[in-house]
Ligand binder design. Structure first.
Ligand code: CDP
Length: 796
């Protein structure tokens, strides 16, 4: 009879275990960067440019230096003497740390003051006199490539225009041939506007250089501490053991805390110069205006189809506005992230994408905001184009998708742009979603409502997301291969500590990694502590973004547990006095095959590793695993939204939202649901209410929470989640796929498609996000598309 432990009871795989980190978070006992106070600590503030594009004629900091309490004023000129005025970006470009020649976006860092307290530092920033000579600003790709456009990056040799790259993927000729054979071609132009991750906690750092030990310790808000350590080691030419990056609790990241920001660099230099700890904590407008913008891509897309609904080919041209510096953190092989994951849900024989990246006088963009490197744009474009194509063909939305889905028996399936999707049950997910929303019934209600002048709409988004960069063959950042790691130490009492190269920012790793160990070893999850974010203790890893943690670090946790189990088996054989081959495993316990009642627990093996190991065995029970995944994981989701649009005002209300996510095996179903709800909330915000844009002068409009709305529970509609479709990942050790971003990636198209469906009788093909009431009203009233970022009046 089995004596295996009950996995759910011990908090293993599938247990909706309460999040252990919430013990401190909900008590207000988190330890964020700004909570840390070091003896003798000084404070840094940044002076930012009021103009989007201007030559710097002079900077006079003499008044600032004289203010009592000021210890240091850093300017670009001073940084230049230490070769630190510019820094390399994660996309092989350069970025100004403090401006020397020109300012290139509003909010750019011009100078820093380090003082006794932040208020003195702020006052002193205002006492710095900067003389600017304004230059014409560029705020979109059309202006960037217009004849006679000023060259924004005139600091770069060989940069004669504002084009950063031209990139293409796919088969141009094959696509051409397929289009020539099409019965119908559907075309759609879209803009995915700039958006901002806006985590509740802004960016910040405390640099602490100790002259006595020559060691630099930096506490900072980073999602990728090891990458930061590598960057500091390279730029400062310091060995890694002299640099310790500690990423304490993080108040949300969403991609905002991946890049290297000038504030980090300046606080480090200031601490080295002053030999005192220097704290920099960004304020909200600093965060919104200068860090981590995402998206800002224009699409011109075409779908070639047969009359029976089969898609023959797709063609896309994308213009990406990167802002003043090309600083995306993304795999270096792909210039525009994983945009070419578009149409991965569908069996499309051929496709061709061209992409062009341009500079503009905006803060650097292209951050993967809750997104696997531009996959958000890819899936939004995909799902908007699919709806438009079905509509142009006069075919039912759901049926059109069914005709074109990758079928279950087609996996592994090569997408038109070279990815290999490996598993899924796309049609089943759609059926679950349609049933849940009452599809046929809603279509009937919609027709009846329309006859009475009421506008009901239903939007579908069926998307798959490539999650878990990388495999190291294809994925690297600055040449550093994308894999991850886990270290597991079992103490002699059978309690354990696991450390990974990932870094949680609220996703619950402290809870779920313990559950994986629990599943593999039968140690109760409550006996396992998880630590991340300290480069002196955590094994090397590429950090947490692009929902890569479960696919890569989570896999490493399973693999290291299996190494431990292999050693524990030897210990068990020794304790049971049988050969290893005669030992069987069940959760939490080894036993003798021929006498199942004779067994030893994993805890008994643990103590034996320190007190009674066989001759010749290395003592202790600990190990490390580096995991290089063979492929990305491919979660799939169906999001269906129903709305009612008020024809008088353009206001639209969500009637129902159904989400069917298949992320393979769910480690912690409650956490997965939380991730989906959070993602759907962000999707709703992007579709409905958020805009952060730039006027003709390059002023950032929406850089405050009056204009850039973060939805609260009050604004957010209810979501109905379904978890019945589970397709384990074939290569992940526990069958899990990533989930963190899926809903934010696939959700926006469902909302927009629903509104477009509601107004489909008007002939309007597109309203670009956000679908603010005035934009919907404009489309309804004038029966025209509403394109681009919301227009804004400039002050003059
Ligand atoms: O990289 P990041 O942590 O942002 O994303 P993720 O790997 O998708 O995981 C988000 C959270 O959901 C983590 O706590 C995961 O362990 C959990 N998760 C899960 O319980 N089951 C899955 N199949 C995927 C994620």
């Amino acid at each position: 009879m089995t004596q295996a432990l009950d996995e759910i009871k011990i908090g293993g795989l599938g247990a909706s275990r309460k999040r252990v980190e919430d013990n401190r978070f909900i008590r207000g006992k988190g330890n964020y960067t700004d909570d840390i106070v070091l003896p003798g600590m000084l404070h840094m503030e940044i002076l930012r440019s009021p103009l989007a594009h201007a030559r710097i004629k002079s900077i006079d900091a003499s008044r600032a230096w004289q203010i009592p309490g000021v210890h240091l004023v850093l300017t670009g000129e001073m940084m230049a003497t230490r070769n630190l005025a510019w820094m390399p970006t994660l996309s092989y470009d350069t970025q100004a740390v403090l401006a020397t020649d020109k300012v290139r976006f509003q909010g750019q860092e011009v100078a820093c003051v380090i003082a006794d307290d932040p208020y003195i530092a702020k006052d002193a920033c205002e006492a710095i006199d900067v003389e600017y000579e304004p230059l014409p600003p560029i705020v979109n790709p059309d202006q960037a490539v217009a004849e006679g456009a000023p060259v924004i990056r005139d600091d770069k040799e060989n940069q004669a225009d504002n084009v950063i790259y031209r990139w293409e993927v796919g088969d141009a000729e094959g696509t051409e041939r397929a289009f020539a054979q099409a019965d119908k071609v559907s075309r759609l132009r879209l803009h995915y506007p700039r958006s901002h991750p806006s985590p509740i906690e802004c960016c910040g750092s405390i640099a602490d250089f100790n002259r006595a030990t020559s060691k630099l310790t930096v506490y900072m808000t980073t999602q990728a501490p090891h990458i930061i350590r590598a960057a500091v080691a390279m730029v400062a030419e310091l060995p890694e053991h002299m640099i310790r990056i500690i990423s304490p609790d993080i108040g949300g990241g969403f991609g905002n805390k991946v890049p290297v920001y000038p504030g980090y660099v300046c606080s480090i230099l200031a601490s080295i110069l002053l030999e005192r700890p220097v704290k920099w904590i960004e304020d909200k407008s600093g965060n919104l205006i200068s860090t981590g913008f995402a998206r800002d891509i224009y699409l011109d897309g075409q779908v070639a189809m047969r009359n029976d609904g089969k898609i023959l080919a797709v063609r896309m041209h994308c213009d990406a506005d990167h802002g003043a510096f090309f600083s995306d953190a993304q795999p270096s092989k792909f210039k525009i992230g994983l945009l070419h994951s578009a149409f991965a849900s569908y069996d499309i024989p051929v496709g061709h994408i061209t992409a062009r990246g341009t500079y503009s006088n905006k803060a650097p963009g292209g951050v993967a905001y809750r997104c696997s490197f531009r996959v958000t744009e890819a899936m939004f474009f995909q799902e908007r184009m699919i709806q438009a194509a079905a509509h142009d063909l006069g075919m039912d939305q759901a049926e059109f998708r069914r005709v074109n889905f990758v079928r279950d028996d087609q996996f592994p399936h090569r997408t038109p742009f070279g990815f290999l999707t490996d598993s899924g049950q796309y049609a089943k997910c759609l059926d679950v979603g349609l049933r849940a929303v009452g599809y046929e019934d809603f279509r009937r209600q919609q027709a009846e409502a329309r006859a009475k002048g009421r506008l009901l709409g239903l939007g579908i988004s069926t998307m798959t997301e490539p999650l878990g960069a990388g495999n190291s063959r294809e994925y690297d950042i600055l040449g550093i291969k994308m894999f991850d790691s886990a270290e597991l130490k079992i103490h002699m009492t059978g309690k354990a500590i696991v450390r990974t190269g990932a870094k949680t920012q609220g996703q619950g790793h402290e809870t779920t990694w313990a559950q994986i160990v629990s599943h593999e070893l039968g140690i109760p999850a409550e006996d396992i502590v998880v630590e991340e974010g300290d480069t002196d203790t955590a094994p090397f890893g590429m950090g947490t973004y692009a929902s890569r943690s479960t696919p890569v670090a989570g896999a490493a946790v399973a693999m290291v547990s299996r190494k431990i189990r292999a050693k524990a088996r030897k210990l068990a054989a020794h304790l049971l006095e049988v050969s290893e081959e005669d030992v069987e495993w069940e959760l939490g316990r080894f036993y003798v095959r021929s006498a199942p009642s004779r067994g030893v627990t994993i805890q008994e093996c643990a103590i034996a590793a320190y007190s009674n190991m066989p001759d010749g065995m290395e003592p202790g029970l600990e190990n490390t695993a580096y995991y290089d995944p063979p492929n990305l994981t491919w979660p799939f989701a169906v999001y269906i939204v129903t709305v009612e649009v008020d024809p008088e005002t353009g206001v639209w209300d969500v009637l129902n939202m159904v989400a069917v996510d298949d992320c393979g095996v769910r480690i912690n179903p409650m956490i997965v649901e939380g991730q989906i709800m959070g993602g759907l909330t962000e999707a709703y915000a992007m579709a409905n209410m958020q805009f952060i844009t730039f006027d003709a002068e390059g002023n950032c409009v929406g850089s405050n929470y009056m204009d850039y709305l973060l939805p609260t529970a009050w604004e957010t509609p209810g979501f109905e989640l379904h978890s019945e479709v589970v397709t384990p990942c074939p290569h992940h050790p526990i069958g899990a796929k990533g989930i963190g971003e899926c809903a934010a990636v696939g959700g926006p198209a469902a909302f927009v498609n629903a509104v477009m469906d509601a107004i489909s009788d008007t002939g309007v093909r597109n309203i670009d996000m956000p679908l603010l009431p005035d934009r919907v009203w404009e489309a309804l009233t004038y029966r025209r598309d509403v394109s681009g970022a919301p227009p804004v009046r400039s002050d003059d």
